[in-house]
Design a binder for this molecule. Structure first.
Ligand code: GDP
Ligand code: GDP
Length: 482
């Protein structure tokens, strides 16, 4: 699981500047697709070989009514609860502010580990910018300049190292109520949950689940994440696939794990479903969270081989659907789209709905669309067949000679345009495979730096056709040799 870092702080302290810096490398990919609203609040980042998720909460706006802060917006609160670590940003130029104190108090109540970062500190003496902020009671501040990148690496390293440190779970031993993530549960459920955690701590966790499938067999199982906005029918599909009893079992606090993965077999084939609903465990602490969680959706997508994106046929494609679709696209995972509740739409409406959905999600045109009823089980086996096809495409082995032949044919059919009038024409010499899930085709040659997007797409189409790559994104990279 990727560690989750939440950025919080009052407006204008530099949260989005820091967010952009932490996620920059991945930003451009989704932005390429017109009509796709990007969710700027969630991003993937990477430091060396350590990937992470960042959330820019942006939700601590003071509500002017009575000049006081409202309770944190629900989404913000959820983001903080789901984070492994919170970076609380304050403005080193503006100095300490009453709102900073309020936020610090709010954060303390969540029980999260908080790192205090004093931003905009370029060219300033550390001792001077930090002096005020010790009063927040959050320990030693880290001094950064998001705009100039100063101290950002150290901050990130510190944050990621802290995530790996053992979590605080002193509430187990009777710490204040506020930190007890089970406060909302009735006594029985609470005791069961605590017992499981204690077992876990003492290494007595019961792994001998009788219907667990052995590791050998599971290695070849396809990992599937079923994602979509609330109420599209994800749990119903999972029920249909694995049967009621198992779902009930995995919904109980006792069986909650970091990533809830459910193994199942259907028609002799093995699968692992990655759950995006229910309870989740963070560090050693359970939290009850909203039924729908962006963080979980992102985590599930990154852990899957194939994503099933579920839509509700009885409703218009919403912005939230497009956001989730954008996450899938950005991840590069193989994809199958399930337009669910097809039983509930009038047969006269069906053609119109199909056209409308395909038009709105045109950037997912590499994926197969299925029209399903998770409730009645209609279309579910066809959906799984496409999952297999997408999986095979995502892991296809593309040989250098064949790739190069397809490249030559493509260039012969339509040569890449010159750079400007009289400029050099790009020369494509050979192609090799640079990755799987998604497949990456690396094209080598000269003056490939300015190959236009339209030509890249043309090549993508040719490779796709030649290798029958349905259901997976395909990335094309150009590598020029001087
Ligand atoms: P947010 O509202 O917390 O997301 O803040 P923004 O990231 O939008 O930044 C608010 C303003 O502060 C912008 O004008 C930024 O250019 C500026 N800013 C952000 N980081 C720095 C920094 O490290 N140094 C300076 N001097 N300005 C910064
Ligand atoms: P989730 O939030 O995505 O997990 O959605 P649920 O599986 O909880 O389903 C939400 C509601 O939609 C429930 O009332 C389901 O019975 C209903 N539902 C799910 N799939 C279908 C379907 O294929 N057809 C119809 N008519 N209703 C469905």
């Amino acid at each position: 699981m990727k560690p989750v870092i939440a950025l919080v702080g009052r407006p204008n302290v530099g949260k989005s500047t820091l967010f952009n810096r932490l996620t920059r490398s991945r930003d451009a990919i989704v932005a390429d697709f017109p009509g796709l609203t990007r969710d700027r609040h969630y991003g993937h980042g990477r430091m060396g070989d350590r990937p992470f998720l960042v959330i820019d909460t942006g939700g601590f706006e003071p509500v002017t009514k009575d000049g006081i802060y409202h309770e944190m917006a629900k989404q913000t609160r959820q983001a903080v609860v789901e984070a492994d670590i919170v970076i609380f940003i304050v403005d080193g130029r503006a100095g300490m502010n009453a709102h900073d104190q309020t936020i610090a108090d709010d954060l303390r109540k969540t029980g999260r580990t908080v790192i205090l970062a004093v931003n905009k500190a370029e060219g300033m003496r550390h001792a001077n910018v930090t002096a005020d902020f010790y009063a927040l009671g959050l320990g030693e501040p880290v001094v950064i300049s998001s705009a100039h990148g100063e101290g950002v690496r150290e901050l990130l390293e510190y944050a990621l190292d802290t995530v790996l440190a053992p979590a605080q779970d002193d509430w187990l031993e009777g710490a204040p109520e506020a930190n007890d993530p089970f406060a909302h549960l009735d006594k029985l459920a609470r005791d069961a949950a605590i017992e499981t955690i204690l077992k876990d701590k003492n290494g007595e966790a019961d792994d001998s689940d009788e219907d667990s499938i052995d590791v050998e067999t599971m290695q070849h199982a396809i990992k599937i994440a079923v994602v979509g906005r609330p109420n599209v029918g994800k749990s119903t599909l999972i029920n249909t696939l694995i049967g009621e009893e198992r779902v009930i079992a995995f919904d109980m606090p006792g069986t909650t794990r970091d990533a809830i993965e459910i193994e199942f077999e259907r028609q002799g084939r093995q699968y692992v479903l990655i759950d995006t609903a229910g309870l989740r465990k963070r560090g050693k602490v359970f939290e009850a969270i909203e039924k729908f969680s962006v963080v979980k959706t992102l985590q599930a997508i990154s852990n899957a081989n194939v994503v099933v994106l579920m839509l509700d046929a009885s409703q218009d494609v919403s912005e939230q659907d497009a956001h989730i679709a954008g996450f899938v696209l950005e991840s590069g995972r193989a994809l199958v789209v399930a337009v669910n509740k097809w039983d509930a739409v009038n047969s006269y409406e069906r053609d119109r709905i199909k056209v409308d959905i395909v038009r709105k999600l045109v950037f997912l045109d590499f994926a197969k669309f299925h029209y399903t009823s998770a409730l009645k089980g209609n279309g579910v086996d066809a959906l799984l067949a496409s999952v297999h096809e997408a999986h095979a495409a995502a892991f296809a082995k593309l040989s250098t000679p064949r790739l190069t032949r397809v490249l030559y044919n493509a260039v012969e059919h339509q040569a890449p345009p010159r750079k400007g009038s009289g400029g050099a024409r790009p020369k494509m010499r050979y192609a090799h495979q640079g990755g799987q899930n998604p497949p990456v085709v690396v094209i080598h040659g000269n003056t490939l730096d300015d190959v236009p997007e339209s030509y890249r797409r043309y090549l993508e189409g040719r490779f796709r056709d030649a290798f029958k790559l349905q259901g997976t994104p395909l990335r094309i990279e150009f590598r020029s040799t001087k």
